[in-house]
Design a protein around this ligand. Sequence first.
Ligand code: GSH
Length: 222
Amino acid sequence: MKLYWNVRCGSFAPEAVAVEAGLDYRRVRADHRTDDPAGRAGYEELNRYNPMGQIPTLVLDDETVVTESTAICLWFAELKPQAGLLPPPGSLERAWALRWLMFLACELYPVDLLESYPERYVATPDHAESLTLGAGARIDRDWTIVEEALGTGPGAGAGGGPFWLGETFCLTDLYTAMTLAWHREAGALVDRSPKLKRLLEATVARPKIAPLWAEYDLGARF
Ligand SMILES: N[C@@H](CCC(=O)N[C@@H](CS)C(=O)NCC(=O)O)C(=O)O
């Protein structure tokens, strides 16, 4: 299978799941903003598979196409259940991990796109700045909700962290680190959010994740 990826993009979480689980996959960089012919060719190829032209895109060996970062994360985790990147089906821990994975993917990620690319979502350009401001305020509220929730759910234990499930790491932690890195003032956000800071540091320090985090250039805003 091949995964289309690019630096700073939403392919980080799926790829980090694949790396943690020790999956065998091929990576193809897709970057239309570069002069690198390989990156541009990768982007053209990606567009043949994904009508949205978005990263991440996963193409399985039989050419089944999987888009949406969470779908790819969950699929990868299911390919190697023994890696323990998701709690057991039906458990309270799984409900909690899925809730916050979906909150980040369905609430925060799209609002981040509104803030970053407002011109794609407005009918007239003079509304773009207003959309950026409104989306930015909502993102800040969302992160306050996340900070309050961390350490309060099933599995949190007495120490309450550092991860969503206390001392047990899961794929929601990877998705949290990725979306956190995109925040316009990520450094200030973690400085005022001690639980998020602990989760971020514990996640990106993982031996298999640290090199990928550096390659994706996700630490630039901290
Ligand atoms: N819902 C999608 C969103 C993917 C997405 O927006 N990816 C961005 C990069 S982080 C992208 O490819 N943007 C290029 C574009 O939309 O033209 C997912 O979760 O995978």
